[in-house]
Design a protein around this ligand. Structure first.
Ligand code: FES
Length: 76
C-alpha cells in the first residue's frame, strides 16, 4: 500500500528500512516520506513504531546460544 502519495513510498519500503534499524528521521531523509505535504507522517510513524516494537524479538531470535549465555541474568 502506498503511504506517501507525494513521494510514492509504500508501507513495505518503510517497514524494510525500519527493520534495518533506521529511525523515522533516517527514513524520512532516505525516502523523502512525509517531507512534502506531511499528510502521511502519522501513518509512516506508526509503521516505524510497529517495526521497532518487534525488532527486539527478532534480535533475540537471531542471537546464538553462546551470546545469550553471556547476557546478565541468563541461566542458558
Ligand atoms: S503524502 Fe507523504 S508527503 Fe505528501
Amino acid at each position: 500500500m502506498i503511504v506517501c502519495v507525494c513521494r510514492r513510498v509504500s508501507d513495505r519500503e518503510i517497514a524494510r528500512h525500519a527493520r534495518a534499524g533506521m529511525s523515522f528521521d533516517d527514513i524520512q531523509f532516505e525516502l523523502g516520506v512525509a517531507a512534502q505535504c506531511g499528510q502521511c507522517e502519522g501513518c509512516a510513524r506508526d509503521i516505524v513504531a510497529q517495526c521497532c516494537a518487534t525488532a527486539p524479538v527478532a534480535a533475540l531470535r537471531a542471537a546464538t546460544r553462546a551470546e545469550v549465555a553471556t547476557w546478565p541474568g541468563s541461566s542458558a
